[in-house]
Design a protein around this ligand. Structure first.
Ligand code: NCD
Length: 356
């Protein structure tokens, strides 16, 4: 049996997410009783991109479960700096560890890594694509702070194009009944087409707006995000987009009494510091829920893991149209698509490529 990976939350069924969030709540209440649950196991954290919360919460999670950690937080301190491929790094590290959490700047890198790993790969963020463990964190936060995953009007604001936390959250929350989305961004930072396709297929209502103040009274949850500077082609393009949406006390005054404000953090300038004192601001609590979510996830994923090396599937000739797809960066990765009408959807980054 090959290892199970967490590349996208759809790798787990809704029942499994619910079990993980329930386990996370129990861990929160009885954290000491989980010490030893992963004794003898090793987590490798391969962080090719900067991180504070995700990396440290993964490491803390494993240490609190009684396991150990190895890894790098800067690829320039590893053989990546000598030109080692993702495939080789992953194959080697999967021989040293029992589970790998990986963050990488290229979309689809987590799925590519899973083709060469003997142990479960957890996607801790692949470029501007997905960030499923942030979404598990968000689900644990919603369970505790809202008491439900359903019937919510969810506003997502900021960089909806490059914000991987947004993409994973939309995918997850459209799996629960009676949710709807208000997508608040400038036209150039709107959600990618594949996310709109996803919403349409799920039948989840959504609309796009460009004014945060107008949306405030409608929302049960407001998910703020920073403009993802590192994903812009130039500084000028970033400067053009930054500072457009700022949540402040005046806007909070327009919102429902039971709104909750979330943010995956780091915050730059999109939430003023005075909002931190509003009891509806839950983003610091959210970071703590992330620890319990990751403890629960590590436990579940180690339950059914094996150490078998997978055989990568054969690929096709067609190239993905996304220049930031892992198949364009690491040439040995097999090109894999799924067909949807007259378009091909890349299995790594989900971008569309027209059939010739
Ligand atoms: C997010 C990320 O890395 O995508 N941060 C996180 O994991 N908590 C959000 C961001 O960097 O803006």
């Amino acid at each position: 049996m090959q290892s199970r990976h967490l590349i996208d939350l759809s790798d787990l069924c809704v029942n499994e997410w619910e079990n993980i969030t329930r386990l996370a709540c129990d861990i929160r209440a009885n954290i000491d009783s989980y010490y030893g649950a992963c004794r003898g196991k090793i987590l490798a954290t391969l962080f090719y991109e900067p991180s504070t919360r995700t990396q440290m919460s993964f490491q803390t999670a494993m240490l609190r479960l009684g396991g150990r950690i190895i890894g790098f937080d800067n690829p320039s301190n590893s053989s990546v700096a000598k030109g080692e491929s993702l495939k080789d790094t992953v194959r080697v590290v999967s021989g040293y560890s029992d589970i790998i959490a990986m963050r990488h700047p290229v979309s689809g890198s987590a799925m590519a890594a899973s083709l060469y790993s003997r142990v479960p790969i957890i996607n801790a963020g692949d470029g501007g694509h997905l960030h499923p463990t942030q979404t598990l964190t968000d689900l644990v936060t919603l369970r505790n702070e809202k008491g439900s995953f359903s019937g919510l009007c969810i506003g997502l604001c900021g960089d909806l194009k490059n914000g991987r936390t947004v993409h994973s959250l939309i995918k997850a929350m459209s799996g629960f009944p009676d949710n709807r989305f208000v997508l608040i961004s400038t036209p150039s930072l709107a959600v990618p087409l594949y996310i709109k396709d996803y919403l349409s297929a799920a039948g989840t209502p959504w609309h796009e707006v460009s004014n945060l103040a107008d949306a405030m009274p409608l929302l049960d949850v407001l998910y703020m995000t920073r403009i993802q500077k590192e994903r812009f082609a130039s500084e000028a393009e970033y400067i053009n987009q930054r500072g457009v949406f700022v949540l402040d006390s005046d806007k909070m005054a327009m919102a429902k009494k039971d709104l909750i404000v979330l943010h995956p953090l780091p915050r730059v300038d999109e939430i003023t510091v005075e909002v931190d004192d509003d009891k509806r601001a839950k983003y610091f609590e959210q970071t703590e829920y992330g620890l319990y979510a990751r403890m629960a996830l590590i436990m579940k994923m180690l339950e059914d893991s094996s150490k078998q090396l997978p055989t990568p599937p054969p690929g096709v000739q067609t190239q993905c149209s996304n220049p930031n797809c892992i198949t364009r960066i690491e040439p040995y990765v097999p090109h894999i698509f799924r067909k949807s009408g007259d378009i091909l959807v890349c299995s790594y980054c989900e971008e569309r490529t027209l059939l010739d």
